[in-house]
Structures are given as structure tokens and as C-alpha cells.
Design a protein around this ligand. Structure first.
Ligand SMILES: Nc1nc2c(c(=O)[nH]1)N[C@@H](CN(C=O)c1ccc(C(=O)N[C@@H](CCC(=O)O)C(=O)O)cc1)CN2
Ligand SMILES: [Mg+2]
Length: 293
């Protein structure tokens, strides 16, 4: 058996097209052009690439992009000042501070300062609480991307046994909330889970978000299961360069799973597409317009 490969790149491209159409409607019918501000502190090369792609794809979708690049030595107070300015700027509908931040800055304090209505990452406790209690919320992008990809394989996830490996606030916890909303039976497992392999083997739907390269082996996967790999790990190659691998041992999993996301080209591209969608949603709500996506 060879698993079906779930094409995140194509799915993200289709979602970006939908976003671009919604933006056209917003402009034509309401005179609103959504604006996204992205803040990068420091020179982490991967973060710089993600921020550049966010800006490019925001503009391609017809929205305004505002990029703020701050020195690696920026103080927490300077960053909070910028966030407060963006909160007050009516041209900015969405604010995203690229993570990770340098050690001198407390990311929780920064997230708490973002206006929840502009929190297009969905990381603010107000949005996390709204998601957890079933209220309309801005929902974290990577988790939404995971659910969209899972639903390409199963139009209805009801009753599926979903195991989420990883308990971060950014992926593990919110994806578990979203899967509960899809009527899955959800377990959050993590590095300290007893018999992690055995727990994973129960999964009809396995979400791997541990951040450890190829930790989930082929024999941890139930035959026919759907595997969504959130990991993006750079590992050294023999030639001194690096290659990108997920949290799942892909070649092993391919022989057991029913469907699987590749790395790269799986969940990663969905993150930015869902960010664009959140920006449109935020702009709609801020202008008293029923969300059109
Ligand atoms: N404020 C935030 N910070 C971070 C987030 C986030 O959602 N909000 N997520 C990640 C980084 N990230 C977006 O910010 C991101 C990661 C990966 C990709 C992506 O398309 N990956 C490609 C591979 C790209 C590569 O070669 O490196 C793929 O998987 O195909 C997009 C966005 C942490 N920080
Ligand atoms: Mg920090």
C-alpha cells in the first residue's frame, strides 16, 4: 500500500484564490482594502523568508502589506510601543509578530498587547478562549490548515479517533479544539506520554506536532490512517547542507498510512493561506461586514 499524498501546496494556492476574490468583493462592494502588518525582530533566516512570503502573498491577494523590521536588540517596550501604534492604525486590520522572538522579549506580553480583533495569528487568550468555548474567534492558522487538509481525505471527520502529538498553544491545543468541533474523539499526547507509540497506533487521524525530526515511525501508524505532519525540521546532510524533514518518518509512513502530508509542501503552505483568510475575516468584522469567506 502506498499512501495518498495530500497536496498542501495546491490546496493553499486554491485558498489564496478564494481570498483574492473575497478581497475584490470587499473593495468593490464596501470600499475596504484589508491591511496586514507583519513585524520581524532580528535576522533569523527562516523567519525572514516566512515574513517575505507573507508580504508577497498579501499583496498578490490584493491587500495592503506593512512590514516592520526591527533590530535584534530591540527592547520589549519598543516592540510593545509599535504594537500599540498598529492597534490604533485604522489601515491595519491584522497584526502578526513573527515568532520566535529574541530572548530579551517575552512573547506572551507581546501577544497580550495585540488587539484581539486584529490578532490574525489567533494567539491572544481572548481568541484561544473564544475557540475553546465555541464562540466566533480568529483561529490559529496552522491548525486550521491541518483540518482543511484532513477534510480533503474525509469530508466528515465525525467519530474519528484523532491523536494530536504535541501540546503547544500554537498548534497542539488549538488543533485539538478544532477537531473536537469536527466531532472527533481527541487525545492530546506528548513527549511524556506513556507508550506514545501505542497511543499513536490507535489514531484514525494522526496530527504530528512535536518538533522532533522523524520521531513518529512507520510502525506507530495504524494501517490506512490519515497522517498530518506539522513538523518543519532542518537536519544536516552529508554534504554539509541541510534538508527539511517532518516529525514523521515519511518513507516508512508512506507504506502504512492511507493518506499523508509531505514536508515540504504539506501543512507549511497552508499557514500563510489561512493567515490571509484571517486578515479578510478581521477586516470584515472591523467594518461590520458579515465574513465573506
Ligand atoms: N507569528 C507566527 N510565527 C510563526 C508561525 C505563525 O503561524 N505565526 N508559524 C511558524 C512559521 N511560519 C509562519 O510564520 C511558516 C512556516 C513554514 C511555512 C512553509 O510554507 N513551509 C514550507 C517549507 C519552507 C522552507 O523551505 O523552509 C513547507 O512546509 O512546504 C510557512 C510559514 C513559526 N513562527
Ligand atoms: Mg522569548
Amino acid at each position: 500500500m502506498t499512501a495518498r499524498i495530500i497536496d498542501g501546496k495546491a490546496t493553499a494556492a486554491a485558498l489564496r484564490q478564494d481570498v483574492a476574490k473575497a478581497v475584490e468583493t470587499l473593495k468593490a462592494d464596501h470600499g475596504v482594502t484589508p491591511g496586514l502588518a507583519v513585524v520581524l525582530v532580528g535576522e533569523d533566516p527562516a523567519s525572514a523568508v516566512y515574513v517575505r512570503n507573507k508580504g508577497k502573498q498579501t499583496v498578490e491577494a490584493g491587500m495592503n502589506s506593512y512590514e516592520h523590521r526591527l533590530d535584534a536588540a530591540t527592547s520589549e517596550e519598543e516592540l510593545l510601543d509599535l504594537v500599540r501604534k498598529l492597534n490604533a492604525d485604522p489601515a491595519v486590520n491584522g497584526i502578526l509578530v513573527q515568532l520566535p522572538l529574541p530572548a530579551q522579549i517575552d512573547s506572551a506580553a507581546v501577544i497580550a498587547t495585540i488587539d484581539p480583533a486584529k490578532d490574525v495569528d489567533g494567539f491572544h487568550v481572548i481568541n484561544a478562549g473564544r475557540l475553546a468555548t465555541g464562540l466566533p474567534a480568529l483561529v490559529p492558522c496552522t491548525p486550521v490548515g491541518c483540518v482543511i487538509l484532513a477534510r480533503q481525505v474525509h469530508a466528515d471527520l465525525t467519530g474519528m479517533e484523532a491523536i494530536v502529538v504535541g501540546r503547544s498553544n500554537i498548534v497542539g491545543k488549538p488543533v485539538a479544539q478544532l477537531l473536537l468541533n469536527e466531532n472527533c474523539t481527541v487525545t492530546i499526547a506528548h513527549s511524556r506520554t506513556r507508550d506514545l507509540a501505542g497511543v499513536c497506533r490507535r489514531a484514525d487521524l494522526l496530527i504530528a506536532a512535536v518538533g522532533r525530526p522523524e520521531m513518529i515511525r512507520g510502525n506507530w501508524i495504524k494501517p490506512g490512517a490519515t497522517v498530518i505532519d506539522v513538523g518543519i525540521n532542518r537536519v544536516p546532510k552529508d554534504d554539509g547542507k541541510t534538508r527539511l524533514v517532518g516529525d514523521v518518518a515519511y518513507d516508512e509512513a508512506l507504506k502504512v498510512a492511507g493518506a499523508i502530508t509531505p514536508v515540504p509542501g504539506g501543512v507549511g503552505p497552508m499557514t500563510i493561506a489561512c493567515l490571509l483568510r484571517n486578515t479578510v475575516e478581521a477586516a470584515c468584522r472591523q467594518n461590520g461586514i458579515e465574513p465573506i469567506l
